[in-house]
Design a binder for this molecule. Structure first.
Ligand SMILES: [Zn+2]
Length: 496
């Protein structure tokens, strides 16, 4: 297997070779904890979770670091409004972030550093930047001198004179800066704000410096993968490269990976790609709200059915489509489990049907993931296998039935392996189907208990060979939108 990843800096797909054989260090910029997370955040962390899972499956020992920005203007403002301490506010939204990630099956990362726990590291990096001649102090604040560093603008492909012109156009240019594109490393604190002592007076870190300091502390001066949303390329990651290069004499990451936005259309008829989901545009859907209506695995599938670098459109239609796909796979898994739980019958033959299909699926999946983590294609590679298994579960011929147990046992092995990478299709099927049903039931008038009662009545009628009554019950439920599926002596049901 040869993994290739698209690197934003070189603008090419590169063969992935970690700094230390067998190990991968990965840093992904985390959230600013002042509010609940939306689907745009879900996309970043589901994408990099899947990347970390695949690297783990390849045999790498992954150290994934994802920070929390827990001191910032927005946090300070919100804490003041609510009359709480900013640490308390941050704690609340860190807990909320963890709940959202757990719901979306984003695995815990190895380190979750907080800015306020790394002030000494941050001050140390700023001192090195000043000592190396790339930072300067004015009125208790420290700025990065962009002109002092060759190559500033390399990641975002911007030229310094253009940035300078752009920055000068802004309403208020800080006259203390040598170049309008210079950015702050250390801010003097205003009265009432959280602050720390530093060689330049009381204050707090600028935004960009935290990631250079925390990545350096937990992964070293240079590590393998640095990730985040495309919106972070400039200025955040551009500035991280500048800071780390100035402080350590080398760029921080070997590969820069950036995911595309989640876009929202202005109306359902809107034919274009819509605009980026963001707090500032007010067009966001929080993860919590979306999970009220859609099962987490449907949301995760929706996020992974587009390659991580491409934009994705958030719409009811796309989420309903993902729900149907998740439901279909879990119905297949539920039917397989009925056969597996019953154990092989006396007539069973220990022979796996379509071994070629299993091999093709595994090969196709790996090739897709090796091609810059193409989850969209990898998920597509599962389709033929799933539809074959679904047909086999319903097959009536003796030859198929005798080989069903052995084939499903092999299918479980293959699917469990691939599902562990995607973080989808690896939950107990009945729980997921129930979760999807519960969300759909909110929209119709019949309760789950009533459906179960009707199914029991139908079973009684069938036992008494009163098929007219049994059919009438099925028809009545169908009219309510409830679909019954008889499989291996049991009746499963779903909402159409
Ligand atoms: Zn960052």
């Amino acid at each position: 297997m040869a993994l290739r990843v698209y690197d934003t800096l070189s603008q090419r797909k590169q063969l992935f070779e970690p700094l230390v054989p067998g190990k991968v260090g990965m840093y992904v910029c985390g959230v600013t904890v002042y509010d609940r997370c939306h689907i745009g955040h879900a996309r970043v962390y589901v994408a990099f979770d899947t990347i970390a899972r695949y690297l783990g499956r390849m045999g790498y020992e992954v150290t994934y670091v994802r920070n929390f920005t827990d001191v910032d203007d927005k946090i300070i403002k919100r804490a003041l409004e609510e009359g709480v301490d900013s640490r308390e506010l941050a704690d609340r939204y860190i807990a909320s972030f963890h709940d959202d990630m757990a719901a979306l099956k984003v695995a815990p990362v190895q380190r979750e550093p907080r800015v306020t726990d790394h002030i000494d590291d941050i001050i140390g990096v700023i001192e090195r930047i000043i000592d190396s001649g790339h930072g300067y102090v004015v009125d208790g604040e420290v700025f990065f001198d962009v002109e002092s560093l060759e190559g500033y603008g390399q990641l975002s492909k911007r030229k310094l004179d253009e940035m300078q012109a752009g920055a000068s156009d802004r309403v208020s240019v800080d006259e203390r800066k040598r170049n309008p594109a210079d950015f702050v490393l250390w801010k003097a604190s205003k009265p009432g704000e959280p602050h720390w002592d530093s060689p330049w007076g009381q204050g707090r870190p600028g935004w960009h410096i935290e990631c250079s300091a925390m990545a350096g502390r937990h992964l070293g001066g240079t590590f393998d993968i640095h990730g985040g949303g495309k919106d972070l390329i400039f200025p955040h990651h551009e500035n991280e490269i500048a800071q780390s290069t100035a402080a350590h004499g080398q760029p921080p990451a070997r590969y820069w990976l950036h995911n595309g936005f989640v876009n929202v259309k202005k109306s359902e008829e809107d034919s274009d790609q819509g605009e980026k989901m963001s707090k500032s545009l007010g067009n966001f859907f929080t993860i919590g709200d979306v999970l009220e209506h859609y099962h987490p695995e449907a949301v995760r599938l929706f996020l992974l059915t587009t390659h991580y670098r491409s934009p994705i459109v958030y719409s009811t239609e796309n989420l309903e489509d993902a729900t149907r796909r998740v439901e279909y796979v879990y119905e297949t898994l539920a039917k397989m489990d009925l056969v597996l739980d019953a154990g092989p019958s006396q007539a069973a033959i220990d022979e796996v049907l379509r071994p070629d299909l299993f091999e093709e699926t595994l090969r196709g999946f790996n090739e897709a993931m090796d091609d810059d983590f193409n989850t969209a294609r990898a998920i597509g590679e599962l389709s033929d296998l799933i539809s074959f298994l679904n047909q086999l579960a319903d097959a009536k011929d003796k030859a198929s039935k005798k080989r069903r147990h052995a084939t499903f046992a092999r299918a479980r092995e293959v699917l469990d392996e691939l599902a562990a990478v995607l973080g989808i299709f690896d939950s107990p099927p009945r729980e997921v189907l129930q979760g999807i049903r519960a969300r759909k039931l909110k929209k119709i008038s019949i309760s789950a208990e009533e459906v179960e009662r009707q199914i029991a009545a139908r079973d009684e009628a069938r036992k008494a060979r009163d098929f007219a009554t049994a059919d009438a019950i099925r028809a009545k439920l169908a009219a309510e939108g409830v679909v019954l599926m008889d499989s291996a002596g049991e009746t499963l049901w779903k909402i159409a």
